[in-house]
Design a protein. Structure first.
Length: 401
């Protein structure tokens, strides 16, 4: 008697082979790449028009502020009327605004970019939350869905690496207006193609206008996940500014790009490993352990004696980031109320944006007063405090069944 033997496929490969998943991830990567550098592109365009660094920071901050407040509004609209119409309308406004900022005459006062940056940020299409909401419907197997979310978290890291390389290093560093214009074109094309896909068109809409207070934030587990997202954003903002300060203090400002790449690579590798290993038996417990790992890892950055050791510690510190995002996104998809899933994901993004801005602001003060190590410690404290907030509320994060 012969026995057929089969080799089980990796959960990550099963996820990528699921109908539509690989295509959705590729399109979402293109569509969200401009968002990762939007604030920086507006900063460079402000300087290009002769604005001061203070004004450039205000314009850049306006873009971030727009993204933080605009995303939940768009997410709620998507839950109500569906993905295609909201994505197409929002990207039409966002890309037109970005293109308008790129085409301003050289004699235009730099402060005129403020409303452009705010509008472009507020109308960035929430493609990433749409993808995560889709996975809850098109990927039925929990293990494969976990792997799909882990791969998506890894794609997020790739986007943060490739976005600056494509739009800033290769284009905007030489011509800020052209960088903004190319980003607008990529954003428009990728988002429209994404919205036209059958998966996007098949996503259900409630058709119901929710009353105030009826959104996902009324649910304790979503508020807990928002706290984690804000803590992670604060950690990112403080760490990225501290990395820049460390490189300048060492007399090697050109090392910033390599150090940031090391930070992304650590998370990327861990994300792939997470996709391969399958879901955790107790996601709420895994979340707290991963928060602890982020806290310890980022605290150790303050002890780095030089840039080489800092690069190695950045790889290690980032190893918990993509796995942590995977747990957060998986729990959000399971615990958000019916008809509020997309908005719930956009709130997590808003927490991330707001935290990044807060972390950069606090870290700037700390670097000026005590140097980069203080900023690294602040990054660790921020994510640690988020974990302490969630600790007594962990029971609410336990999925039903």
């Amino acid at each position: 008697m012969s026995v057929a033997s089969t080799t089980p496929s990796s959960p990550a490969l099963l996820a990528l082979r699921s109908p539509g998943v690989a295509r959705l991830l590729g399109l979402s990567m293109l569509a969200r790449a401009p968002e990762t550098v939007l604030a920086l592109l507006f900063l460079l365009r402000t300087r290009d028009l002769g604005g001061s660094y203070a004004l450039a920071g205000a314009v850049s901050g306006s873009a971030g502020l727009g993204m933080a407040f605009g995303a939940p509004v768009l997410g709620r609209a998507i839950d109500r009327v569906g993905q295609p119409v909201v994505l197409v309308l929002s990207v039409a406004i966002a890309s037109a605004t970005m293109l308008g900022a790129a085409l301003l005459p050289d004699a235009t006062p730099a402060w005129a970019l403020l409303p452009f940056a705010l509008a472009a940020g507020a109308t960035q299409p929430p493609v990433a939350p749409c993808v995560r909401a889709m996975f809850g419907r098109i990927v039925r197997d929990p293990g494969v869905r976990h792997a799909a979310l882990a791969v998506e978290a890894t794609v997020q890291e790739l986007t943060f690496m490739l976005g600056p390389l494509l739009f800033v290093s290769l284009i905007a560093a030489h011509d800020p207006a052209l960088g903004l214009g190319v980003a607008a074109l990529v954003l428009a094309v990728a988002t429209v193609v994404f919205a036209a896909g059958r998966e996007s068109r098949a996503m259900p809409a409630t058709g119901v206008r929710r009353t105030a207070g009826a959104g996902p934030l009324r649910r304790p587990p979503i508020r807990a996940l928002l706290a984690i997202s804000f803590g992670l954003g604060t950690m990112f903002g403080a760490t990225e500014l501290a990395i820049t300060a460390s490189a300048e203090e060492a007399g090697s400002p050109g090392a910033v790009g390599l150090l940031l790449a090391a930070y992304c690579v650590g998370s990327l590798i861990a994300g792939l490993a997470t996709a391969h290993r399958g879901p955790w038996g107790s996601p709420e417990r895994a979340l707290l352990w991963l928060v602890l790992a982020c806290t310890v890892g980022h605290g150790l950055l303050a002890l780095a004696p030089g840039l080489w050791s800092l690069g190695l510690l950045l790889v290690l510190a980032a190893a918990a980031i993509a796995p942590l995002f995977t747990v957060v996104y998986s729990l959000c998809g399971q615990l958000a109320g019916e008809g509020t899933v997309t908005e719930a994901f956009t709130w997590l993004g808003s927490g991330l944006f707001a935290g990044t801005a807060a972390g950069a602001a606090v870290a700037g003060l700390l670097v000026a007063a005590a140097g980069p190590p203080a900023a690294y410690l602040a990054a660790a404290v921020a994510v640690g405090l988020a974990g302490l907030y969630v600790l007594p509320r962990r029971a609410a994060l336990r999925p039903a069944g």
